[in-house]
Design a protein around this ligand. Structure first.
Ligand code: GLC
Length: 422
């Protein structure tokens, strides 16, 4: 076991929940916590469950699990609870993040331990309510495509996937002056730019003004796009939820409800296929515009088993070409596309958590050589550069925050998966 990774998780533990890294991200984040639990599970099972239970403790009455949970007010972070004004206890942000938590819960059942099952069964109704929220509130017309109302909801904040939606909206003229905190902790050239940040805050202002009413945000909000990341992570999580529903003997109506989501989402995912990019891409529901390059989120079609076999095979072929362009898998944006930036956050860099899910999907499609390349590259990046937030796919340099929880957690998870398959 990598003691350094264990030390990072322990140091970032704030008493039952883990922060992604001190100063830059001093609160509990939704999908960061799910991955943290996966890391904790390798050395402290109970602590892993506590992480997920504290995440679901912040669930809203309508089922949503927020993307940030503010259990304190830390002046080092902006925008804090006073900007979001969720009106909830604990205070939180007003939208969600990719629902990877359900899949982590299922992975934690791998040892068939009765104590684990007890925790999972207890969490089941909360997970179901969370998935219902996604399907009903982010897809009120039941199209099978789950929308996202803010690039931060996707967890891939400034990916070029969102350029269309952000370019199509106006900045609120009354936004006022504000001071970003992120750029005082890490290099501004590696962060989202001001054009994007003004729009991020405009969406929050609209959300706050309608008290985060999801109908209103879906129908009239400034930004509405389909993220292949959320679409696929939710579809995978739906499959995991269904497996657990069967295992726990849940009522037939619930099994049917979840099966219907799976069928609908898998078929509707085909609408995200972009023939020219040979990948599943983001779709702007306001303008109809589709993004035009493969991302690490496109690759999650494998993990979700979404769309058609033929397109998933084409996706793997395209991935093979992309991997020839970079030293380290898997870039968050196509390196041959003019918008690629090797060090700027989600516009090129490698993220360990995406690699973890991509490798699982490749393995499940029997593409073992590519799965191995993705895993080995992840391990190399971490051992050479350290536990950074993300990495340059061309040079391997570590970027953003250091001593990062999910990077440490993924290293522990990969290490243990490797042991299991030996
Ligand atoms: C950034 C990332 C997001 C992550 C958060 C905390 O906003 O884009 O995915 O959850 O940081 O690590």
């Amino acid at each position: 076991m990598q003691q350094a990774a264990v030390n990072i998780l322990t140091a970032n533990d704030r008493g039952g929940f883990t922060i992604p890294t001190s100063r830059l991200y001093p609160y509990q984040w939704n999908w960061d916590s799910a991955f943290a639990a996966l890391g904790f599970a390798r050395f402290d099972r109970l602590r892993a469950w506590t992480e997920i239970e504290m995440l679901f403790a912040a669930q809203w009455n309508n089922g949503m699990v927020p993307h940030i949970i503010f259990r304190s007010n830390d002046p080092d972070y902006f925008p804090g609870p006073d900007v979001w004004q969720s009106g909830t206890e604990p205070a939180s942000s007003g939208h969600s993040q990719p629902p990877v938590a359900t899949s982590v819960v299922r992975w934690l059942l791998e040892n068939n331990a009765p104590e684990d099952r007890e925790h999972a069964e207890h969490l089941f109704p909360k997970m179901l309510a969370y998935h219902r929220w996604f399907h009903n509130h982010r897809d009120p017309d039941n199209t099978g495509l789950v929308a996202t109302i803010h690039p931060w909801e996707s967890g891939r904040d400034n990916c070029p996937d969102w350029d269309s939606g952000l370019n199509g909206m106006d900045v609120d003229p009354d936004l006022g002056d504000y001071v970003r905190r992120d750029t005082s902790h890490v290099d501004a050239s590696e962060r989202p730019n001001q054009f994007q940040y003004d729009r991020f805050l405009t969406i929050i202002k609209v959300g706050r003004e309608c008290q985060w009413n999801s109908q209103e945000l879906y129908r009239k909000g400034p930004f509405l796009m389909v993220d292949p990341g959320i679409q696929f992570i939710l579809l995978r999580a739906d499959r995991d939820l269904l497996a657990m529903a069967r295992e726990f003997g849940r009522p037939e109506t619930e099994l049917q409800e979840i099966s219907a989501w799976i069928e609908k989402s898998s078929a509707a995912s085909e609408k995200l296929w972009n023939e020219q990019a040979r990948a599943y891409c983001a779709l702007d529901l306001r303008s109809g515009h589709m993004s035009d390059a493969m991302t690490s989120a496109s690759m999650l079609a494998l993990y979700a088993k979404a769309g058609s076999d033929e397109h998933r095979n084409q996706l793997m072929e395209r991935a093979g070409e992309i991997l020839q362009e970079v030293k380290y898998a898997f870039p968050s944006w196509d390196p041959t596309h003019p918008k690629f930036e090797a060090k700027r956050y989600w516009r090129g860099p490698v993220w360990a958590i995406m690699n973890y899910m991509i490798a699982r999907g490749l393995e499940e499609h029997n593409n073992l050589p590519m799965a191995q390349r993705v895993r080995e590259d992840t391990e190399k990046l971490i051992s050479q550069a350290g536990y950074f937030e993300y990495f340059d796919p061309l040079t391997g340099e570590g970027c953003g925050g250091d001593d990062f929880t999910w990077t440490a957690a993924v290293q522990l998870a990969i290490e243990s998966n490797a042991k299991e398959s030996n």
